[in-house]
Design a protein around this ligand. Structure first.
Ligand SMILES: CC(C)(COP(=O)(O)OP(=O)(O)OC[C@H]1O[C@@H](n2cnc3c(N)ncnc32)[C@H](O)[C@@H]1OP(=O)(O)O)[C@@H](O)C(=O)NCCC(=O)NCCS
Length: 141
């Protein structure tokens, strides 16, 4: 497994992960290309034997724009490895909006040291967002 910057050739694999991870509201291929152009250093992929198994896009201040891991590759530490790349760049600080029904993601962020900060009513149109933050580097990471 290796984590590296996104490359245009990764787009097909990323779109497949996206459609499986967010079937209600996947980002379009154009959105990914926009992020690749706008934040080339902050769009990372995890590659395994030539296939992309996960990705993360973030702002330099640690605001997570999106993270997803291929369903067949979940629960193997890939999401954590991608988040650790962000923490390395921000000194541990990060922030994310998450659908309140996305209990798996909420657990994932809690495990990484995020805490609940506030709720944004109907942020997703049909659902509230929880804002979760990670304030600083934690010893166990
Ligand atoms: C959230 C997501 C990125 C996690 O990726 P992952 O590679 O499976 O995560 P990891 O293997 O690093 O898991 C780290 C910890 O998160 C928690 N976690 C992850 N998946 C979980 C699950 N299905 N149920 C409960 N806790 C879970 C656990 O505490 C886990 O540690 P453990 O395996 O030692 O118990 C992945 O589930 C995903 O792509 N989900 C769909 C997209 C999504 O919801 N993105 C976030 C939007 S805000």
């Amino acid at each position: 497994m290796k984590i590296r910057r996104f490359n245009r050739k990764d787009l097909g694999d990323i779109v497949e992960i996206e459609e499986r991870a967010f079937p209600k509201s996947p980002y379009s291929p154009f959105t990914f290309l926009h992020y690749a152009l706008a934040f080339p250093k902050n769009f990372l992929v995890c590659e395994h034997e030539g296939k992309i198994v996960g990705y993360i896009i973030f702002h330099s201040d640690g605001h997570i724009i999106s993270i997803a891991v291929h369903p067949e590759w979940r629960r193997k530490g890939i999401g954590t490895a991608l988040m650790n790349e962000v923490f390395k760049r921000t000194g541990g600080k990060a922030m994310v909006e998450v659908r309140e029904s996305n209990k798996i993601a909420i657990n994932f962020y809690k495990k990484l040291g995020f805490v609940f900060k506030t709720r944004v009513p109907l942020y997703y149109g049909d659902e509230d967002a929880l804002i979760m933050v990670r304030e600083q580097d934690l010893e166990e990471f």
